[in-house]
Design a protein around this ligand. Structure first.
Ligand SMILES: NC(=O)c1ccc[n+]([C@@H]2O[C@H](COP(=O)([O-])OP(=O)(O)OC[C@H]3O[C@@H](n4cnc5c(N)ncnc54)[C@H](OP(=O)(O)O)[C@@H]3O)[C@@H](O)[C@H]2O)c1
Length: 345
């Protein structure tokens, strides 16, 4: 068995971090060694108490605080993994500096999304700023992307029988619907991460983890064949997508804290990258220099998109983001006036 690593995980009570935690715990090599980094304002949250109840050590630290102090907190950890919310990507900068000072042996910043070059998405560009800070600090790293989650990549059917697991209602096909992109089941992220962070081959590399490479038309065909229902979608041309991006940009210019516009812009940037530009393919990931986790771990059996759709149709899927602001954004709660409050925690 590989030597045990001391791992510090930021975001263990979030969606991505929770899946990473489960994957690490499943992997015997890490079972006694994971600690959870929690910001002071969240230390009393029931979700954090639930981590404690699972026997996980909680490290309370303010990542926006003094870097020297933060470095002392990080001392002794081999690996630091960040699964911070997409609104807080740049908040990782002091954590990078502190990890470098503390001699952390591998830093995994919050990527966990679709591969794309800089300049395509504001969110990805913030991640690029974090990558550059890592390189400037000579901090050992692994960047891990996973494509888009299965759980956010399907279409509703008219009967509403799948709605119990719906996070975003996006009944749109972009372009001709024939562009391929990589998907992963969110539950596999941690299983991949557990392998990747103990693998010397992935040190100072980017890794793409995935289960399927699929088009929107193939997704629709799969759902229709499993449900016997006809999916209803509208088609969005590349030009219409640019108009939507420009409208969200315009709102953010005058109202930079408008969460709805931020989500619309982020979603549109992702849809352009995935379904128009073909940035999310395996071929493009390799072109961008990623190692392929499926080649590194040929014995790894990811949850396929078809398996996830079978679970969804059987009523066994779980909706991500229960009780979060994202449900409010879908119009079932809230008034659409949510602000970027998540940015300040
Ligand atoms: N590939 C995909 O399809 C996909 C989909 C969604 C997300 N993602 C990726 O996953 C990442 C994480 O998103 P998520 O949806 O998992 O977020 P999430 O569920 O909101 O979880 C974010 C976690 O970060 C913690 N956090 C936030 N600010 C912090 C701070 N200053 N110090 C310490 N902890 C802090 C939160 O704790 P608090 O309770 O303290 O706020 C929470 O535990 C995103 O950035 C994105 O890259 C990918």
């Amino acid at each position: 068995m590989a030597a045990k690593q001391k791992v510090l995980l930021l975001g263990a009570h979030g969606e991505t971090g929770g899946d990473i935690l489960n994957g690490l715990l499943e992997d015997g090599g890490f079972s006694q060694e994971i600690s959870c980094l929690v910001q002071p304002s969240s230390a009393e949250k029931p979700a954090v108490e639930a981590l404690q109840a699972r026997g996980l050590p909680i490290v309370v630290a303010d990542i926006s605080g003094d870097v020297e102090e933060l470095a002392k907190t990080l001392q002794g950890f081999d690996t630091v993994i960040s699964a911070i919310h997409a609104l807080h990507i740049l908040a990782q900068i002091p954590l990078v500096d502190a990890a470098a000072k503390a001699g952390v042996k591998r830093f995994v910043p919050c990527d966990f999304a679709v591969t794309m070059p800089p300049g395509v998405s504001k969110l990805r560009d913030e991640k690029e700023v974090v990558h550059q800070r890592i390189w400037q600090a000579h901090l050992p790293y692994t960047f891990i992307d996973v494509g888009y989650w299965h759980q956010l990549s399907w279409f509703r059917v008219p009967s509403g029988r799948l709605d119990y697991a719906l996070t975003f209602d996006t009944p749109e096909v972009f372009g001709d619907g024939n562009t391929r992109t990589l998907l992963s089941d969110k539950r596999d992220m941690g299983r991949f991460v557990a392998r990747i962070i103990k693998d010397p081959r992935t040190l100072n590399h980017s890794v793409i983890a995935w289960s399927d490479e699929i088009t929107q038309k193939e997704i629709i065909h799969l759902i229709e064949s499993k449900t016997g229902e006809t999916v209803s979608v509208s088609t969005v041309s590349p030009q219409q997508l640019e108009v939507a991006i420009a409208a969200a940009e315009e709102t953010l210019k005058t109202d930079p804290e408008n969460l709805r516009a931020w989500v619309q812009r982020s979603g549109a940037h992702y849809n352009r990258a995935k379904w128009i530009r073909a940035d999310g393919t395996l071929e493009n990931a390799k072109y961008l220099g990623y190692l392929d986790a499926r080649e590194l771990y040929p014995d790894f059996k990811p949850v396929t998109f078809e398996k996830y759709i079978d679970e969804l149709v059987a009523g066994e899927a779980k909706r991500p983001y229960n009780e979060t602001v994202f449900q409010a954004l879908m119009g079932t709660k809230g008034d659409g006036e949510e602000r970027l409050v998540l940015r300040t925690g």
